[in-house]
Design a binder for this molecule. Structure first.
Ligand SMILES: Cc1cc2nc3c(=O)[nH]c(=O)nc-3n(C[C@H](O)[C@H](O)[C@H](O)COP(=O)(O)OP(=O)(O)OC[C@H]3O[C@@H](n4cnc5c(N)ncnc54)[C@H](O)[C@@H]3O)c2cc1C
Ligand code: FES
Length: 252
């Protein structure tokens, strides 16, 4: 059930270049589906809450990983252990893998790698998961201890400083050509990456779900700030109808 939790920071630390991880202790345990997110209040009436994907849940402790971008994430970075923050969660629909879908490909880039860690934690034991993860460079590499728990992990970078020099979609396509064909593809990352992936899965006739990142206001379906276009011409709210959509249903 969605709730505005009063969360106490347990740990807030740098995990890679420009990327930090914050762990909150909630006032009570929260049931979260992989791919769902929290809307974090950073205080001050001028600052809207910031949507961040849930990366890990462990009892009453919830971890989010965030890239420092602007005012909100700069502020979050400065908050010390013991600070209390309001976190509205769990929000959005999240990823869902059907019983018949046994082989799963995770394709992620940029801050999109964090919700995919939550997929691996939820389905790693019951599904055969291959993860294709793209980072900007070796300094940005994070989450490897988690992704290495997948059946297969291919980490690549834009400049070749870690793994092969390619993006996550190219890494996935290379493996597809070798015959490693999944039953379903789950993806999150920058829009150009998702656009390239959508073209690939359409050519290959694969089922694919993408998690979209849209600017948000309320996070609960009321303000319409986050509306995206569906392929049929209709519109959807990324916060409430998504953030996960069938790739064939959204215009990218
Ligand atoms: C469902 C969802 C999950 C996300 N998960 C993560 C995550 O796990 N890790 C992570 O680092 N980032 C994630 N993001 C992106 C994150 O919300 C933005 O990077 C962050 O809000 C930027 O805030 P800022 O104040 O630092 O930057 P500013 O640029 O100052 O933000 C200004 C405004 O724009 C919004 N905004 C800016 N960039 C984005 C963006 N890419 N997506 C959505 N809103 C944006 C902010 O919420 C704010 O309202 C997610 C976004 C969504 C929608
Ligand atoms: S953020 Fe308000 S409707 Fe989606």
């Amino acid at each position: 059930m969605m709730k505005d939790y009063l969360a106490t920071i347990v740990k807030n630390e740098r995990i890679a270049e420009n990327i930090h991880s914050v762990t909150f202790a909630l006032d009570e345990a929260c049931k979260v589906r992989c791919g769902q997110f929290g809307n974090i209040s950073l205080g001050g009436s001028h600052l809207l809450r910031r949507p961040i994907a849930v990366c890990k849940v462990d009892g009453r402790e919830v971890t989010f990983c965030y890239q420092i971008k602007g005012e909100g994430t700069q502020k979050l970075k400065t908050l010390a252990a013991g600070t209390k923050v309001n976190v509205l969660m769990p929000l959005g629909n999240g990823f869902f893998i059907e019983e018949k879908e046994k082989k799963v490909a995770l394709v992620g880039g940029g801050v999109g790698v964090f919700p995919l860690i939550s997929v691996l934690r939820e389905y790693g034991a019951s599904k055969e998961i291959s993860a294709y993860i793209g980072y900007r460079n070796a300094g940005a590499v994070c989450g490897v201890d988690e992704f290495e728990k997948a059946r297969k992990f291919v980490g690549v970078t834009d400049d070749g400083s870690y793994g092969d020099k390619m993006n996550a979609v190219q890494a996935f396509e290379a493996d597809l050509k070798k015959g490693n064909r999944p039953d379903v593809v789950l993806a999150c990352g920058p829009t150009p990456m998702l656009r390239a992936l959508k073209a690939l899965v359409e050519r290959e006739n694969l089922t694919c779900f993408v998690s979209l990142e849209e600017r948000m206001g309320c996070g609960i379906g009321a303000c319409l700030v986050c509306v995206c276009d569906l392929t049929g011409g209709a519109k959807a709210r990324v916060c409430k109808d998504g953030p996960v959509f069938n790739a064939s249903d959204v215009s990218l």
